[in-house]
Write a protein that binds this ligand. Sequence first.
Ligand SMILES: C[S@@+](CC[C@H](N)C(=O)[O-])C[C@H]1O[C@@H](n2cnc3c(N)ncnc32)[C@H](O)[C@@H]1O
Length: 387
Amino acid sequence: MTPGMRRKELDALLPTFRELWHAQPFREPRPNWALNHPALTEDLLRLDEAEVEYLADDTGAALKFIARHLPDVACLAGLEALPIKTAARLAIPGERWAWEIPGRKRSQIEAFAGVAQTGDAPILDWCGGKGHLGRLLALVRDVPVRTLEIDPALCGAGQALAKRLSLCQDFSIADALQVEVPAGCHAVALHACGDLHRRLIEQGAKNGVARFDVAPCCYYRGVTGLYQPLVPDGQTLLSRDDTRLAVTETVTASPRLRRRRDREMAWKLGFDAYRRASGEYGYKSFKPISAAWFGGQFPEFLQRVATREGLPVPGRSVREWEEVGWQRLHEVLRLSIVRQAFRRLIELWLVLDLSVYLEMQGYSVDLGIFCERSLTPRNLLISARRA
Ligand SMILES: C[S@@+](CC[C@H](N)C(=O)[O-])C[C@H]1O[C@@H](n2cnc3c(N)ncnc32)[C@H](O)[C@@H]1O
């Protein structure tokens, strides 16, 4: 299936299920779909911890679970499948190039470099941090590499690492949102966030970049209000929160981080319940809460947040709100499986928007998976070549 065909199909289907993916059980205790489909809601609320973990992790299984009650959802399952790109064996001379790179990051970079297109165009490593990807490409491809990065300290450290290996890799300290993307280069971008990867693709295509290899991430960065698609004729409208859904899975989070996330969510939900009981109806977004406030006990937390929000200081029943928070969390984790089931499809729609835009600009585009999800869930790679 070409990117254009896949996008057309997905773009027609996603709006018909909007109620399922747009509603956030964290904000609305009972989304509309839960009221309209009580049997699905009951089945979800009955799930044990292991089932919740499994379904929250595996979007294909979650879509099947929902399809038991809403059979139309079954048609979405096949759309997630993408080809896994086959990596060339990289002849990496020694270990010195990988100095300082943590294990999982190194594997991501090696996987990316193994499937990225070859050619003799100079490489532009977009938002490259210390330029680890650029350094590996300079080492194995024998073409000049320029790493563009806004942080001078990262550029300095990267330049020193390149020098140790006498590589042809330069660094430009620059804001990717301001620079002109040079014509004729091979642009690579590993996890350049939101508007950073969008700018590369939009500007780069206009300026005549020869090749792109882009693995996008953090799609919500730079989105205010609604996501502005690069391909204009779509039916799917995504809010910033919808684009954030695409990156919410916790597959690479440790059990300790998950426990911390649960506690933070439960406490926030406890406060939200207290706020609603104090007469403020509806959900109100949380202003950022300092991590230190979650480090103590719940009563202290509730008091601090209530004071900050101008609510009456809670009385003796504080512990009850903590219990309500944990009960709400139990429900939120189960009801959110419906929303979570759509996260890869939404990510795919966003990546297809970029891919089809490139096709419209005269590129031949190949979309696939460049590494295992356990290395990074942001494992989609757009490879495009000017036809
Ligand atoms: C998620 S990191 C990815 C780094 C690298 N590509 C990698 O995979 O290791 C994103 C990088 O973008 C850089 N960045 C953020 N905003 C930028 C901007 N406006 N212009 C250039 N670089 C930027 C950050 O400093 C950071 O190094």
